[in-house]
Ligand binder design. Structure first.
Ligand code: UDP
Ligand code: MG
Length: 331
């Protein structure tokens, strides 16, 4: 891996219409950066001419490098592969469609030079997107914010700059259903957001149809929240309590020699069994949730710096992550 200052990672899926403009804008951007840069284009199984256009770009300008997938693995996996190969001291993730304005990268780099480990871009406005996309995105980010224990900032996509020390910690997280922006929140480090105007797509149509968007949204919720699981348990318990109360009232009325229709008894009996079933499912769910947590195999904690202690003396499997670099200088 090369020693450059900046690695730009750009996932590409059927972007033949945008690639030449992308090259123009990104190559002029890296001229403006205060250090050497490489650009890693990740071809996520494109079916159009994207790959051959990328080869042309690489032949003209070897700073542009290519990872070609054997098929479409999805955007989140594509940016992960790019990060695995990145050799820069700062890594920038941006889209191929120029919705993430290249000049914002200069602002990010300035924040990084100030000592921030992660600089994420927060959308102030979205141009050229459908009302439906804006509405679903607005609802989703706020719902996710309510549901998760960790603080995932709202209206933040994957457009961000990451210092290589934070990136090394991120690389330890190898879960399959990836919600990269949430994973970056989870690892901690010194983070800051900058707001920007999200432009319209340069050309072509979104490569995120509703189905892919829904999958990403569900990954975000299920990877970072077990509230949906607990909901089942709580609903089951509520139904049990209500139907038991119903039985008590019915029993008092019956003792009072009032005639109560058998149907009403039956109604509460059915409610009780439903409640018990939900409760049982919720219980199993709690265990499934714990298995899921273990299966993700995330590190238990991530250490940024140690003072007067060394890690080589302690039991340190990968699930206690200690950065090999002292990050105090960065704050
Ligand atoms: N992308 C990808 N694999 C996919 C879908 C999208 O690599 O399966 C890339 C796409 O080429 C673009 C970025 O991910 O560079 C974001 O996709 P898009 O702009 O279509 O999403 P939107 O901005 O509409 O949410
Ligand atoms: Mg886009």
């Amino acid at each position: 891996m090369e020693n450059v200052d900046y690695s730009l990672i750009i996932p590409v899926y059927n972007e033949e219409e945008t690639l030449s403009e992308l090259y123009k804008q990104v190559s002029s951007l890296i001229e403006k950066l205060d250090g050497e840069a490489e650009v890693i284009l990740v071809d996520d199984g494109s079916k159009d001419r994207s790959y051959s256009l990328m080869i042309d770009i690489h032949n003209i300008d070897p700073r542009f490098k290519i990872i070609r997938f054997s098929k479409n693995f999805g955007h989140q996996i594509a940016i992960t592969a790019g990060m695995d190969f990145a050799g820069g001291k700062a890594i920038i993730i941006m889209d191929a469609d120029l919705q993430d304005p290249p000049e914002v990268v200069l602002e990010m780099a300035a924040c990084w030079r100030e000592g921030y480990d992660i600089v994420y871009a927060q959308r102030a406005e979205r141009q050229g997107e459908t009302f439906f996309k804006k509405l679903t995105a607005a609802i989703f980010y706020r719902l996710l914010h309510k549901l998760t224990q960790i603080d995932i900032p709202v209206d933040v996509g994957d457009f961000r700059l990451v210092d290589y020390k934070a990136l090394e910690a991120f690389k330890v997280l190898r879960e399959h259903n990836r919600y990269v922006r949430g994973m970056f929140s989870w690892i901690g480090f010194k983070q800051i957001g900058i707001t920007y105007q999200r432009s319209a797509r340069f050309a072509g149509r979104t490569k995120y149809p509703f189905k892919k968007m829904l999958k990403l949204a569900l990954d975000g919720i299920f990877s970072f929240s077990n509230i949906p699981l607990q909901l089942v348990l709580k609903l089951g318990m509520t139904i049990i309590v209500v139907s038991l109360l119903g039985f008590i009232i019915l029993a008092i009325l019956a003792l009072d020699r009032r005639v109560i229709s058998g149907l009403i008894w039956l109604y509460f009996f059915i409610a009780l069994t439903c409640g018990l079933q939900l409760f049982g499912m919720g219980l199993i769910g709690e265990y499934v949730g714990r298995i899921y947590e273990e299966a993700k195999n995330r590190p238990l904690y991530i250490i940024k710096t140690l003072h007067g202690l060394e890690t080589d003396k302690i039991f340190m499997p990968h699930y206690n992550y200690q950065s090999k670099h002292d990050t105090t200088a960065a704050g």
